[in-house]
Design a protein around this ligand. Structure first.
Ligand code: GTP
Ligand code: MG
Length: 443
């Protein structure tokens, strides 16, 4: 399963839930686990992540201003950001020398051009230096890319003496110098020595390891090896566009504590991004940031046309309206679900079409006054009259009234619970709720 699809679906399912219980949270976390493991995130990290979420959801006090659902989603979002990169590293826009390192085909040369593009766009002049003495066409490749991106190019064609090439550094006048180095099949002694030689000669300000996302969690081991030899300063993860293992590569690299600074999202030179875990996670989940997720949940509720007026008073007419809406997983159940109200009676939310029709008939058999004032039904003879008028049994009318009373109890529950009111205010985006609930007169 693809990580994006898996996580998005898990978040979507949880957002749509009317009420949350332990089971549904566990089910959600299991889906998160599957999505992450399928993206090659190390299993140990996945279990640590879900354990942390579980502990805080089941054991911590949930702040009163937030619903359980919001809390679970927020906690998961935060932990995913922590797992997949953490804090966004700062990229300094100043004069500097950057050495790129990495194994064969990881994307060093392409990424050198992308970095040139990145810094040029931020007002710095850039030089590209070819220090790859092994790959026959390395010189031409970088030369062409330099031309394309509008950077100066430095190199000596067919020169095998690395020191001689590195002498070119003295001629560089640009603000940012990016040095492309030779790759290897695997990390070995020879490679370690070569990159050390470059490091000593150039003394780069930044040493960026280029790793490809398609190797998944192995990227972490590579980062560790390179870091042990010459303390890398940042990681550039390439090919995130085509790999289902990007999450694994990011999580494993983040473990090494070397910041992931850039990502490559395509073959073209403008397909570079400064890495931001929040943006990455938001993109996986299909919204730019957490606030917009909450906004989305709110909008979904609003779309179902929940109005503040619907809370103003509960009579048989508004009750029917709510039931109808609740049937389509509409406003009331949505809102109550968002508030983490687990006691929404399931039989209210899952009314059958048939029952709803029956209720409609009952309401139609009431007088206008009765519809607006449920208390009137306590007067003898009225229920019987309604039953007769609607062609239903007295018990059926009584059942309808019982449902109404359940809803009314829920409303007065809200009236008494200040924390809940606050949450409701937040969801509905109004301060008027107190006023409105005060107007609601229980039966
Ligand atoms: N889809 C995609 N392809 C990429 C990305 N970055 C690099 N590539 C491709 O990966 C291949 C290898 O890229 P190079 O830049 O030549 O890799 P290298 O590390 O310099 O390779 P050697 O010099 O042989 O070690 C090329 O076909 C690039 O177009 C990326 O972010 N996304
Ligand atoms: Mg190369």
């Amino acid at each position: 399963m693809d990580i994006k699809k898996g996580l998005k679906e898990a978040f979507r399912k949880l957002s749509a839930k009317v009420t949350l219980d332990k089971e549904s949270i566990k089910e959600f976390l299991k889906e998160v686990q599957i999505a992450l493991i399928s993206a090659d995130v190390p299993v140990k990290l996945v279990f640590e992540l879900t354990k942390k979420i579980e502990n805080s959801v089941f054991e911590d006090k949930i702040p009163p201003a937030i619903s359980l659902k919001e809390y679970v989603l927020k906690k998961t979002y935060d932990e995913l950001c922590q797992l997949l990169g953490g804090e966004k590293p700062t990229i300094e826009l100043k004069k500097k020398k950057i050495l790129l390192l990495g194994l064969y085909g990881s994307g060093k040369t392409t990424s050198a051009a992308k970095l040139a593009y990145f810094y040029k766009n931020r007002g710095l002049s850039v030089g590209l230096l070819c220090a790859d003495i092994d790959r026959p066409a390395a010189y031409e490749q970088l030369e062409q890319l330099a031309k394309k991106v509008g950077a100066s190019f430095y190199g000596i064609k067919n020169e095998k003496n690395l020191e001689k090439i590195l002498e070119l550094e003295n001629q560089v006048k640009e603000d940012v110098l990016i040095i492309d180095s030779a790759g290897r099949n695997a990390f070995d002694q020879e490679m370690a020595e070569q990159i050390k030689r470059i490091e000593q000669k150039i003394k780069p300000d930044e040493k960026i390891l280029v790793v490809s996302a398609d190797i998944g969690q192995i990227a972490g081991q590579q980062a560790k090896q390179f870091d042990q030899v010459l303390k890398i300063t940042a990681i550039f993860i390439t090919k995130l566009d085509g790999s289902g293992k990007g999450g694994g590569a990011i999580a494993a690299c983040h473990q090494t504590k070397v910041p992931i600074m850039f990502i490559g999202t395509g073959e073209k030179i403008d397909q570079i991004e400064a890495f931001d875990s929040k943006k990455f996670v938001g993109n996986l989940l299909g919204f730019p940031d957490f606030e917009s997720l909450i906004e989305k949940i709110k909008q979904a509720a609003e779309k179902e046309e929940l109005k503040m007026e619907d809370f103003e008073s509960l009579d048989f007419e508004t009750f029917y309206k709510q039931l109808k809406a609740a049937k389509n997983l509409g406003p009331l159940s949505n809102v109550l679900g968002m508030l983490g109200l687990s006691e929404v009676p399931a039989d209210l939310v899952q009314l059958s079409e048939q029952k709803l029709k029956k209720y409609e008939v009952i309401i139609n058999s009431m007088t206008k006054k009765e519809r607006k004032n449920p208390k009137l039904l306590k007067e003898s003879g009225r229920i019987e009259r309604i039953a007769k008028g609607s062609g239903l049994k007295v018990e059926e009318v009584r059942e309808f009234i019982a449902q109404f009373n359940k809803m009314e109890k829920l409303f007065s529950g809200i009236k008494k619970n200040r924390g809940l009111q606050k949450r409701l205010e937040k969801v509905l985006g109004s301060k008027k709720i107190n006023e409105i609930l005060d107007n609601f007169k229980p039966n």
